[in-house]
Each structure stands twice: as structure tokens, then as C-alpha cells.
Ligand binder design. Sequence first.
Ligand code: NCD
Length: 313
Amino acid sequence: MPSAGRQVASRGSARGSLLGIEGVSTAEIAKLLQLARKMNPQRPRPLLRGKRVLLLFYEASTRTRVSFEIAAKALGATTTLVLSSGSSIEKGESLLDTAYTLRAVGADLMVVRHPNAGAPHLMAAHVDIPVINAGDGMHEHPTQALLDAYTILRHKRKLEGLQVAIIGDIYHSRVARSAIHLLSKFGAKVVLCGPQELLPELATTLAPGLRITRSCEDAVRGADVVMVLRVQRERLAGLKVNLQDYISRYQMTMTRLRLAKNDALLMHPGPIIRGLELTWDVADCPQSAIVEEVRNGVPVRMAVLARALGKAK
Ligand code: NCD
């Protein structure tokens, strides 16, 4: 029996969706970053007045969820938050049936975070409104890569030629995957660093020119940008990672950070676990852009939402 939802759904990925960085051109990325520079959350612009933005979060989130919500409201849209707990998802409703339901109540755009890779892509293929990926499993987190590029570009003239060290649990990180795609497209020299279990050799196939090192000192030496990632303990399952060993070999300390260029930027998508992937003093050091990344998430997501709904003026 065809599901009732099919009546409101149309085939083919809805225009305006942002599902990953991998398939987006440098020109399009540059346009989004340019648009983000014109967005000021303190000075709301009613570009999306009357639009309904649905925030569908099947996984924990603080900064991504809140910044999408604030961004949508700064553009005059209304927002509705749907969490997997407390909704019909708990009763076993399928992802697509949830999407059809939200479309039927009048959603104009959906922002989706889901533990499974490809979930936003599936939704975008079945509903006729834009879908924005807010993190799908271990796959992509495109708006994080955009806000990180935006942050880097506020401190460095260009991405091309920058030496970027990405250190930590790269295997489980959608942030790393999206950052690797974006930075490589723009000609940055990306070095990946972590233990074998959290950084398989295969990672070099993500983009041309990637280098892997198992030595944190090697990765950081001479870097313009040092991006530290959280060990995603909730995804470790069968993997054996000795955290004490991890800390001694990969924790970002001031001694290690000093190997980078004097004006190197220290980044982390958050949430940070002080005392694990980085020390307290590193988190709060003058080079730390961690809070700035969060702040920049708002204008960047304003740009993404405006573009998705064709209001990118
Ligand atoms: C990350 C995520 O959820 O992918 N956080 C974020 O969105 N800023 C990274 C993480 O959870 O470690």
C-alpha cells in the first residue's frame, strides 16, 4: 500500500538542499562565505519572513541546533524543534514518514541531524523542500566546514597553501570529513594525525594530497591551523582505545602547540573535553578560536538558510 506521504512528496533532491561539501563547487562555497559576511545576527533581516524551518534532531546537539535556530529567527522565519525523544520517532515511525508528516504540516525547510550516514539525502530525495544536513553519522557536517573556513579566513588571507593539521578521532568525525573536502578543494595542505584505530590509512583516499602521520609533533610543526577533534566515545563500540595512551601521544598541550607557527589558529568544533583531547590552557589560550567558531556558526547558517530558500540577496 502506498504511504499517504507519497502524495505530498516529489522525486528528486529538492533544490537548495545542502547535503555535503564533497559535491559542492568552490565557486558555490565562496558564494556562501561571501553571503555569510553580509549576515549580522545583531541586525535581523526578514528575508525568510513567514517561512517555517523544522529542526529535526535525532542526535544530541547544542551549538549546531541553537545556531540554526537563532539564524532562522534572525531571518524572520519561525522554527519548530523535533527531537527523537518525545516524538513519534520513539514509537517507530520511519524517517520518511516523519519527513512527509513535517512537510504536510507546512515545513518550508528541514534541518536534519541523524546517526545514520545518508539520512538527510534520503529525505531530500523524497520531499519537495530543501534539506540541510546538520551532521549525518560519520559522513558529513557541511555547515561546520563552512563556519570553519569562514573562521580561518577571518585570520588568514586565503586557504590555498595553508598547512592544516587535523588531530584526533578522524575515523568517527563528520567534521573532519567535511573539512578535508573543503580545505582540499581550496588547495590547503592537510595533514591527518591520530592512532591507527581512529585514523585508518584509507583516510588518504578522501581527497588528493592528504598526508597521514602518527606523530602529533610532526603534524603540528609549522602548521597554520591546528584542528583538534573529540574522541567520540559514544561511537567507539568494539574499538579498543586506551585513553591514557591517547592522552600521552595525542593530547594538544601548550608544548605541542608551540611547534606550530606563532600565529597559528587552534580550532575545535566542540564539544571540547578538557583534559582529554586538549589541556585546559590550550582551550583558553590566545590562539584558540573555539568560541569564535561557535559565534561564526550563526551568520554562516543564516547564509545557508537564505540560499536554500532562494533568498540569497
Ligand atoms: C560535532 C558533531 O556533532 O559532529 N560537533 C558539532 O557539531 N560542532 C563534533 C563532536 O561531536 O565531537
